[in-house]
Design a protein around this ligand. Structure first.
Ligand code: PAF
Length: 282
């Protein structure tokens, strides 16, 4: 595996791959990689001849009171894991490489509508930061395929919309959510949880399943299914931000209590750690 830190070096490598007609897949990450990320590499490998992974803790997607400074950084372990899982090129840029005029002065990419709801409502500016860094990564790596986890479902939709609207010739592949033994969706933030918080967090997946069952196998109104979900999360000792049913294609409010094409989404705190998860109700 080659490790590059400069965009120019990545460009040169990519130019060679493209000259040789090799198909390139990109897996953008913020590092602290776990089995969920490694599964993205495996999926990328199925679609391409060359797999490029990026590890960059992107400052522009963190709010002023979020965990940018303490976000876990494990570059050596990340590199070892990526090499072991078949990654060909690791791109690990510094902040100045991604934002030559400074993060505060970046040219921003913004996806209206999607950027403001659910996660965007509690994390203003978050999705502008995500879209802005992913656009740069697309420009540097020039992939034909890019793989993103379904766990960050709203992010996936933001990136799909940006890709289409800016005309990137890139296929966005969604990777299934990887779960721990108790059903908790794998996330770098799980390492903030102590044993009790980790156990309580299992209620998120259980609640999503109950929401999906409610949609598919009951006549309960959607509002009642959502209210029950909030109650269930509280009873499990979690602090829910939301437990909602939305249209899966655009996260729009569900019209007229329809039951098809829905997704259940939850954001809840276990202790001080905010976790998100989702389940498609098909
Ligand atoms: O999902 C993530 O890890 C990040 O939001 C991403 C897509 C790598 C952009 O920084």
């Amino acid at each position: 595996m080659r490790t590059v830190t400069h965009a120019d070096d990545l460009h040169a490598l990519v130019a060679g791959f493209r000259r040789d007609g090799r198909r390139i897949a990109l897996v953008p990450t913020m590092g602290n990689l776990h089995a969920g990320h490694h599964s993205l590499i495996a999926i990328a490998r199925m679609h391409a001849d060359v797999v490029i992974a990026s590890v960059f803790v992107n400052p522009t997607q963190f709010g002023p009171h979020e965990d940018f400074a303490r976000y876990p950084r494990t570059p050596e372990a990340d590199a070892t894991g990526l090499a072991a899982h078949g990654c060909d090129v690791l791109f690990m840029p510094a902040v100045e490489e991604m934002y030559p005029f400074g993060a505060a002065n970046m040219v921003s990419v913004s996806v209206p509508g999607l950027r403001d709801v659910l996660e965007g409502a509690t994390r203003p500016g978050h999705f502008d930061g995500v879209a802005s860094v992913v656009a740069r990564l697309f420009n540097f790596a020039q992939p034909q395929i890019a793989v993103f986890g379904q766990k960050d479902y709203q992010q996936l939709l933001v990136i799909r919309r940006m890709t289409r609207d800016l005309g990137y010739p890139i296929q966005i592949v969604a990777a299934p959510i990887m779960r721990e033994e108790n059903g908790l969706a794998m996330s770098s933030r799980n390492r903030y949880l102590d044993a009790g918080e980790h156990e309580r967090a299992a209620a998120i997946h259980v609640t999503l399943q109950a929401m999906r069952d409610g949609v598919l196998h009951s006549t309960l109104p959607l509002a009642a299914i959502q209210a029950r979900a909030v109650e269930r999360l509280k009873q499990a000792g979690l602090a829910p931000d939301y437990a909602v049913l939305r249209q899966a294609d655009d996260l729009g409010e569900v019209l007229a209590d329809r039951r098809d094409g829905l997704i259940a989404l939850i954001a809840a705190r276990s202790g001080s750690t905010r976790l998100i998860d989702n389940l498609i109700c098909a």
